[in-house]
Design a protein around this ligand. Structure first.
Ligand code: ADP
Length: 481
């Protein structure tokens, strides 16, 4: 099959979260499975400098955007015999400090930027010499208008458009803009209805994809069920229920070429489930690096996260207030909500030698934290898939997770299955429940035999892409049928 993936972020070129990891890894995995794959993504500032083998091409995008036209170049990088990345080079829109916004506020022209990008994707699907794809697979709201744009192109010109698949990585981000934005799309007015692009008078890019894509997926089976309920549906549950027969939940895979403990440029000490000594050394190094007492006997808790409401970091802050009376260490790496950033920084100031809050984004440190910590905490309110708990399992860090979305699908608690247990789960969205889970972790740390068994179970659990790739191939076949 010929598959065109479109995403506003792709690891290793650009990343704000799991979306980038997933699309980068999916592209590689589909190509390895024999499909012909191209990934379309914006050329953000700095990418060319970091990847000097990116080549300019003759190809130009030229599309109408409201009353004007926008042009862009296309650069190319061949990552393998069947895997090409096409970078849309539109400096005015994408040559900026960040992907979506700065100082905690979105760029005001995000509608223009991503409606343009969606049109560029359709242009490439139709005219690029790479050839006509069978499937255009789009990811999240920034490319949510692609399915309707493809259909419109087909209806207005007679072109046989490819089928479209939308993967929802996070229903909370919908790309909702004022109704006047609709004029930028160039679509006929009959698409601006509740059965189309419109949502209470606004344009809603994700809703458009839910209504028009030939098939929908989301990134875990449990989240696929959750988003069809009012509690998790973010106002789109009725739209999703109407398409439930074309919605599948597929747990993301992990790119173990990148996330492993035996061959990893970010780790000083290699280790594996057979030889665990390196884990203790990574822990000691991490403690030293962060200015914590280098003690093996104290459990080290950690998290690496966006500081957004979704992640339940307010809950963790409150639980830590209680748990820091005991002998534990805690490390946070994250950025986002200024109130939470301040809260964790103050916690660090009040508990020197016990708590470290690193505000910022640091890819290499995130590997060292996974390798150095004993427990990785993810108390999410909702979690479409979550990748860090799966990275933690492979790194021998026991995940402490709330029973929701992909967290529930990927971690096994002692009460679920004692033989295969590899993590600690809690259900209630309350400080008490999380504090209780942390308490269980402290007891587990003092029970070496069980700790070793659970670590072993986690480190040998397999979330590699082969299973995931097969599931996506089936979805593409269903979209084509
Ligand atoms: P989400 O996509 O909702 O942010 P995921 O768990 O799916 O959550 O993916 C998050 C990804 O982003 C992980 O690879 C994680 O390590 C990374 N990440 C998040 N915050 C940071 C940070 N401050 N520094 C480094 N990596 C981070």
């Amino acid at each position: 099959m010929k598959i065109l993936l479109a995403s506003s972020e792709v690891h290793p070129f650009s990343k704000t979260g799991g979306l980038a990891d997933m699309v980068g890894a999916l592209g590689k995995a589909l190509a390895a499975a024999g499909h012909e794959v191209a990934i379309v993504t914006p050329l953000y500032r700095g990418i060319r400098e970091r990847f000097t083998n990116i080549q300019p091409t003759e190809y130009r995008v030229d599309v109408p955007l409201g009353a004007t036209r926008v042009q862009a170049g296309v650069m190319e990088l061949k990552l393998g015999p069947r895997l090409t990345v096409l970078f849309v080079d539109q400096r005015e829109f994408f040559h900026r400090l960040a992907l979506y916004g700065e100082n905690n506020s979105e760029y005001l022209d995000n509608p223009q930027r991503f409606i343009f990008f969606s049109k560029a994707v359709v242009h490439l699907a139709r005219y690029h010499p790479w050839g006509l794809p069978d499937i255009v697979h789009v990811h999240d709201w920034p490319v949510g208008l692609v399915p309707v744009l493809l259909q419109h192109e087909q209806h207005s010109t007679g072109w046989q458009a490819p089928r479209s698949v939308m993967t929802i990585h996070n229903l909370a981000y919908q790309g909702r803009f004022a109704g006047a934005t609709f004029a930028l799309t160039g679509l006929p007015r009959n698409h601006f209805t509740p059965a189309g692009v419109e949502y209470f008078g606004d344009v809603n890019c994700l809703k458009a994809a839910i209504n028009y894509a030939d098939f929908l997926t989301t990134v875990s089976p449990r989240y696929a069920r959750e988003i069809c309920t009012e509690a998790y549906g973010c106002g789109l549950d009725d739209v999703l229920r109407a398409r439930q027969s074309r919605l599948a939940g597929i747990l993301n895979g992990v790119d173990y070429d990148e996330w492993n403990t035996h061959r990893n440029i970010h780790l000083r000490h290699a280790y594996s489930f057979r030889k665990m000594a390196g884990k203790a050394e990574n822990k000691r190094d991490l403690q030293r690096e962060l200015g914590l007492p280098a003690r093996a006997d104290v459990p080290l808790f950690a998290t690496v996260t966006r500081l957004a409401d979704q992640k339940g970091m307010d809950l963790l802050l409150a639980a830590l207030e209680e748990m820091l009376a005991t002998d534990i260490q805690f490390v946070l790496l994250g950025s986002g909500d200024p109130a939470l950033q301040g809260g964790y920084q103050r916690l660090g100031q009040r508990h020197p030698g016990k708590v470290v809050a690193r505000i910022g984004y640091d890819h290499a440190l995130s590997h060292r934290i996974e390798a150095g910590c004993d427990f990785f905490v993810m108390p999410s309110r909702f979690e479409p898939c979550g990748l860090n708990q799966m990275y933690s399992l492979r790194y021998g860090a026991i995940p402490i997770v709330r029973r929701t979305g992909g967290l529930d699908d990927s971690v096994v608690d002692l009460t679920d299955d004692p033989e295969h247990a590899d993590g600690i789960k809690f259900t209630e969205l309350r400080t008490r429940a999380l504090a209780m889970a942390i308490r269980k972790a402290i007891v587990l740390y003092q029970t070496p035999q069980l700790l070793a068994t659970m670590r072993h179970n986690g480190m040998t659990a397999d979330f590699s892409w082969s299973r995931t790739t097969e599931a996506y191939t089936k979805v593409f076949q269903r979209a084509l049928s």
